[in-house]
Design a binder for this molecule. Structure first.
Ligand SMILES: [Zn+2]
Length: 306
């Protein structure tokens, strides 16, 4: 018998390379070599193979132009993972770009992914969770089935501020807004007025699942720092509330240890420890849920409702 949508989970891995992470802290860096791909993405592909997991990778189009990255992305596609669009150059402040710049970022990203898969991606995630209703309408017009740029928590602006103070980096005022704490913590069609409100956009928003009621982030960026009991507790509550899970990782979670004082949030935990933790987290998700790629989850949600 088919699983109910509430019993489904999707695993998303954002392929923000070393250069993208440096860009976040205001530094220019070459697109290759990239330890985040050669060690981080490599480990995710092997781990998914070992655990029989099909995931969704959010690809930055520019990376497809680098042969050693393209080989890994081709492998991901051949193994049945979904490749979704994470723009062409991952510009921070995406929603402040002009409509034509946004369109160019989306279309160039599509072409890059299409050179691997032979077709246009139908899932999108904005850099730094930076969307507005105009971008969501543009995606719907362009035939996208889902977006995954919303994180339903009021806490992000504050967390970004704290991170910028701790790492003495530029304070950023784009990305999630406190009002996103009011967004549904499960798939929904957004309104044309507010990103966080339910409405008639045919595009489905698959928000990054947060802790029910408290709405604190629980995705891997936090769980890897806070440890397994935090993750396990959150998973338990999400499951009890019958919420389909959209769990987000980043390739850098499993990259070889990066020693670079410019990269605040990537410092600290040895790779052996991160590897053991992520393996345990993935095993717990696949024991508690039926896994789908994000496009499959979106399709099942649209066909069967909730
Ligand atoms: Zn990103």
């Amino acid at each position: 018998m088919a699983a109910k949508v509430s019993q489904l989970a999707t695993i998303q891995v954002d392929l923000d390379g070393l250069w993208t992470n440096l860009q976040y802290y205001g530094h220019d860096a070459p697109v290759s070599p990239d330890i985040v791909f050669t060690s981080g993405l490599r480990r995710y592909l092997d781990l998914f193979e070992e655990l029989g997991i099909k995931a969704t990778f959010f690809v930055i189009g520019k990376d497809v132009g680098i042969p050693e990255k393209k080989v890994l992305l081709q492998e991901a596609h051949e193994k049945g993972h979904e490749l979704a669009n994470h723009t062409f150059t991952h510009p921070f402040g995406f929603r402040k770009l002009s409509a034509s710049q946004q369109q160019a970022e989306i279309e160039q990203g599509e072409r890059a992914i299409g050179s691997i898969t032979g077709k246009k991606p139908r899932g999108f995630k904005a850099p730094g969770y930076d969307v507005d209703t105009k971008i969501l309408s543009l995606l719907a017009e362009k035939g996208y089935l889902y977006d995954s740029s919303v994180i339903p928590t009021p806490a992000y602006p504050l967390l970004m501020k704290i991170n910028s103070i701790l790492t003495r980096s530029v304070s950023r005022n784009h990305g999630p807004r406190w009002s996103w704490g009011m967004a549904p913590n499960a798939p929904y069609h957004p309104s044309s007025k507010k990103v966080w409100r339910k409405g008639n956009n045919p595009l489905l928003e698959l928000p990054c699942t947060t802790f029910p009621v408290l709405r604190i982030p629980i995705h891997a960026t936090f769980a890897v720092k806070l440890g397994y009991p935090f993750f396990r507790g959150a998973l338990e509550v999400v499951k009890k509330r019958a919420i389909p899970l959209n769990y987000e990782f980043h390739a850098a979670d499993l990259s070889d240890t990066i020693i670079d004082s410019r990269l605040g949030h990537l410092q600290g935990i040895p790779i052996e420890k991160r590897m053991a933790l992520v393996r345990k987290m993935l095993a717990a998700i696949s024991t508690n849920y039926e896994l789908r790629t994000s496009i499959e989850l979106a399709q099942e949600f649209i066909t069967h409702g909730h």
